[in-house]
Every structure is written in C-alpha cells, then in structure tokens.
Design a binder for this molecule. Structure first.
Ligand SMILES: C=C(OP(=O)(O)O)C(=O)O
Ligand SMILES: [Mg+2]
Length: 570
C-alpha cells in the first residue's frame, strides 16, 4: 500500500482515477536554428498544422463547455490561428529560426503590442501566451499544458495550479485536487474550497503516480492512497451523502445558545457576490477589489470602478459589504502603483503601503480615488458599505486610512489585522477605526516567517499554530478592553481561510471573534458545527487549543470536543 501525506485543505473523500497535469512548456533556447534538413517552407507548414490542431482541440473543448470556461476557450481558439501571429513567426522562420523559437518570439511581440493598447486588448495578451505554449507543445509532440481534457471525471494531480488554470477547471470533471507543492493558502487551496472539491496540498511524490491509477483521496486527513478497498469505497460513498446534506444553508449563523455569528462571504466580483447571496451568506466580509486592477496598464476610471463596485453591492441590498481597498505590491505589480524590483515582495510596498510609502513611478492618489469611487457606488441603493485597508502595521496608518475614508464620505472604516504588529497594537488601532478584520492568511505567514505560497513550509503556515492563535486572542482581548466604558464593542471579524475550517471557526468565536467571512461554499458546514456549541463551550475549546504546544495538538484538542465533525465527515 502506498500513502502520500500532505495537508488537507478542503474536506471530502473520493475514489477516482488520476490524471497528471502536464508540466509548463519551457522556453525554446534563444537563437535555436531550423533543424538540419528542414527547409523554411517545411517549418512554416509544420507551424500551420500545429496551430490548426491547437485551434480545433480548443474549439472542441469550447463546444462542450459553458459559461466563463466556454468564453475563455473560444477566445483562445480564435487566437491560435491569428494571421498576425503566424505571419510574424513565418518571417522569423524565413530568416533561419526553428518554428518553436520563431513562434515564441512572434507571440512575445503580439502580446506586448496588446499590452500597450491597454484595457480589453491588454487582457487578450494572456490568450496569446496560452496558445503559444499549446502550439509549442504540439510542435514538440508533448501533452498540451493546462488541465487535461477527459470524458471521464478524474482526480487532478499537479505541481500547483496557476490562476489561469482554474478558469477551465470544470468541477463536474475534476473530483479532487492533489498537489505536490502549494501551501494551505495557495491558489489551489482557495479554488478547491470555492468549488467544494476535496483537496490536499504539499504532498510530495504524487507526481510520480501514473495516469489512470485508482486512488482514494481524503481531503480532511490530507492523504492520498493507492490502496482502494471496500473501506475506502464506503467512506467515499458516505461523504457523497453527507456533502449533499451540507450543500445549502438558510437562516443566520448562530451558536446553540442563540449567540449570533454572522456568516459572510469572501468575493472578488459581481458574479461571485450573486452566488454568495444565493448560498445564503449574510453579507460580504471581504470584497477583494484587485480583480479590477490586475493586468492593467493604467488605473481604471472612476466610472468603471463605481460600476464594478455597484455590481457587488447590488447582490446584497440592505446587507453589509466590506470592501477591501487594493492589495497589490511587488508580487502583483501594477505599472501605475508598484514596482517589481523588490527582493522581498511580501515585506515590501504592498497593500495600504502603496499609498503612503509610494515610490516612483507610481502615481499619487490611487487610494483616494478608489475610496471616492466606492463612496459613489455606496450612495445609490441600500447596501451598508464598510471599507478596510490591507497590510496596516501601525495605529498611525490606521488613523491615516480612517481620515482618508472619511474625507471620501465613507462612514464605517476599518483595517485588516494581518501583520503581527497590528495585532499587538489593536488597542490603539481601535481608537481610530470602527472595526477590524483578521486576515489569518497573512497573519500566519508573517507570524511564522513562512511564505504562504511555499508547499514545503505548509506545516508552519498553519493558522492552528498556537502562536497565531495567541495573537488572535491578544487582538480580540484588546478590542474588548478598548470598549470598556463604551456602549458597544467595535466588531472584530476573521476573513482569512481559517474561518472556513469548521473546528477553527469554533475556536475563533471562542477567542472573541464576532463575524466569520469565507468562501460561500464553506458556510453550510461552518454553520452546522457552530450550532452545536454554546459561547461558553467555544471559549473552553479555544482556551484549551491556546494551551497546546503545536498546531497538530491544538487542532486535535478542538476536534476531540466537537463530535459533530466526525458525524458530518468534516
Ligand atoms: C484575507 C486575507 O487576505 P488575502 O488572502 O487576500 O491576502 C488574509 O491575508 O488573510
Ligand atoms: Mg492578506
């Protein structure tokens, strides 16, 4: 029997056959000449045949897809036989370059031209890079990059998933995700939870499993086993039955004694907001606004921003939507805001810092203009709009952000507590803002000094680490202390992935967190577990977890007090 252990990041148990994600296509060496014995005419013909094959494969996939995936595939299929691309490559082949190198350079030229045009055209540069990789793979006779195509549902094994891969990830085809790399806060993990797919990350060795091998994946335990017997088959069947019981949620999040715990959604655009409202979310606890800014040459106009924010607000009339201002930095550089030359992007000019600690060539005022656009969108309709800044490290920054927001006409302002210094300064920070939201993804990476993207550090990058729980406790206690003598306590929420772990959700509430925001998919399971404990019990469970020496012990101590997890297969 062979078992591969990793970190379980999305619950569920399935049995299925695996498909390996092909490796990324490497760049053909610069100056690679035509192969001996190949004429330029032959190379051009090979290129055209490869481009046509890629186009028809993409068209076929598009015909079987729907929604966003269909649109992505159709746009990419069109690009595969783009005359401009083929013409530019032909020219290079005629001057002696190998077809794959010629295409690589031609595509670079087309993509940078599209990027210069900006807006919609700039977004098409992604399609150019995608077809380039596919045509080069076809010329080399290796599998096409990206999610494999299959008529049968399969378990996807990969190194890690890039954001672009997930656009074509069809949850009806992919039964589970297991990656050799990637941490609990990686893109793979976030997508798996959003789609409700069982997933394991940081499981070294799984890339050697041959395609079509039947395996059992346990996304709760974080394991993959090639030994599939009656016990595994029945565990998978039980999960399917339980999953359908946990697929919907109505009403409001609350503990067994009636203590309300609003369950909010993390969203990134209007479509996700509509889906979250449908799933019963009580509002939005984290609206990530990056989607509008990434891959853009210039800052989006006030009108465009206002329309995009309205799209999200409209999904939650009369409810709360917490908008997080732009969180970009050297890891996601924007030409008008940040530079890409920092040695340590996670510790650099990121999030709120891009406003106050701005460096050339960034333009000033991006944050103030974003706040005005949010205020303009909030002025119409009944949505209760709150704003918060990411990456705030000091009370002084919190005060500056509060003033900027109020100047823009926004009433309820807050900050994310995702840097240890902010957690330790909560008492002072709360004097300047109306609420705080704990970003446990970054709080964990900064507390543990462990890059959240790195699979090998997954054990450190675990929000169950007692040091992380201690900082959360410090922040919650300080928020409570700062309310002494006041009529109401300023709310402290959690909007990191920790909120989506039902056992950790209980601990967070026990530590003093008021609201939990997560991917909408996770809400039914979190709601089901929260309603089995009283506030007093949650406090005891949290106190015990806090006493433990390591993440595994903290998790085990909480789980032992929550028998409902076992009953629900979570
Ligand atoms: C919610 C968070 O923000 P992001 O994942 O977008 O950095 C966090 O850091 O926990
Ligand atoms: Mg963060």
């Amino acid at each position: 029997m062979t078992t591969f252990n990793g970190v379980g990041v999305s619950p569920g148990r399935v049995v299925g056959r695996v498909r390996q994600m092909p490796p990324a296509v490497s760049e053909p060496p610069a100056g690679l000449p035509l192969a001996e014995g190949t004429t330029p005419e032959q190379a051009v013909a090979q290129l055209k045949t490869a481009a046509a094959a890629v186009q028809s494969a993409l068209r076929e996939r598009a015909s079987g897809a729907s929604g966003d995936a269909k649109a992505v595939l159709e746009a990419t299929a069109l690009m595969a036989a783009d005359p401009m691309l083929i013409k530019a490559a032909t020219k290079q082949i005629e001057s002696g370059a190998a077809a794959e190198r010629a295409l690589w350079e031609a595509a670079e030229g087309v993509a940078s031209m599209l990027l210069q045009l900006g807006g919609y055209m700039a977004e098409r540069s992604r399609d150019v890079y995608d077809v380039r990789a596919r045509i080069v793979a076809e010329l080399r006779g290796v599998p096409a990059p990206g999610i494999p195509d299959s008529d049968e549902p399969f378990i996807l094994l990969a190194e890690d998933l890039a954001p672009a891969d997930t656009a074509t990830l069809d949850p009806r085809k992919v039964l589970a995700l297991v990656t050799a790399d990637g941490g609990p806060q990686s893109h793979t993990a976030i997508i798996a939870r959003a789609l409700g797919l069982p997933a394991v990350v940081a499981a070294p060795g799984v890339r050697a499993i041959p395609d079509e091998t039947e395996v059992y994946v346990d996304g709760t335990a974080g394991s993959l086993s090639t030994d599939v017997g009656p016990a595994e088959l029945s565990a998978a069947q039980d999960w399917t039955a339980q999953a359908s019981r946990l697929s919907s949620f109505e009403g409001q999040g609350a503990l067994s004694d009636g203590t309300p715990v609003p369950l909010l959604a993390n969203v990134g655009n209007a479509a996700e907001a509509a889906a979250a409202a449908q799933a019963g979310a009580d509002g939005v606890g984290l609206f990530r606004t990056e989607f509008l800014f990434l891959d853009r040459e210039a800052e989006p106009s006030a009108e465009e921003q206002t329309a995009a924010y309205r799209g999200v607000f409209d999904a939650f009339p009369g409810k709360k939507v917490v908008v997080r201002t732009l969180d970009a930095g050297a890891d996601k550089p924007l030409p008008f805001l940040s530079s890409s030359d920092e040695p340590n992007p996670a510790l650099g000019v990121r999030g709120y810092r891009t406003d106050h600690y701005r460096r050339e060539p960034a333009v000033p005022g991006v944050l103030a203009r974003q706040l005005s656009a949010i205020a303009a969108a909030a002025a119409v309709g009944t949505t209760e709009v709150w704003v918060m800044a990411p990456m705030v490290a000091t009370p002084v920054e919190a005060a500056r952000f509060g003033r900027l927001s109020q100047d823009a006409g926004l009433k309820t302002t807050g900050v994310m507590i995702e840097v240890p210094s902010a957690a330790l300064s909560t008492r002072h920070i709360m004097k300047h803002v109306d609420f705080a939201s704990l970003g446990t993804n970054d709080l964990t990476q900064y507390t543990m000094a462990a890059d959240r993207q790195l699979g090998p550090l997954a054990e450190l990058n675990d929000p169950w680490q007692p040091a992380v729980l201690s900082l959360i406790a410090v922040a919650c206690n300080a928020a409570q202390q700062s309310a002494v003598g006041q009529s109401t306590e300023k709310p402290v929420g959690v909007c990191g992935e920790a909120a989506a772990d039902p056992a950790l959700a209980v601990v967070l509430v026990g530590l003093g967190v008021h609201t939990l925001s997560m991917t909408a998919r996770a809400i039914p399971a979190v709601a089901a577990v929260l309603q089995t404990v009283s506030l007093e019990q949650a406090r005891q469970i949290a106190a015990e977890a806090l006493q433990q020496e390591c993440a595994a012990a903290a998790r085990a101590s909480a789980r032992a007090k929550l028998p409902v997890l076992e009953e629900l297969g979570l």
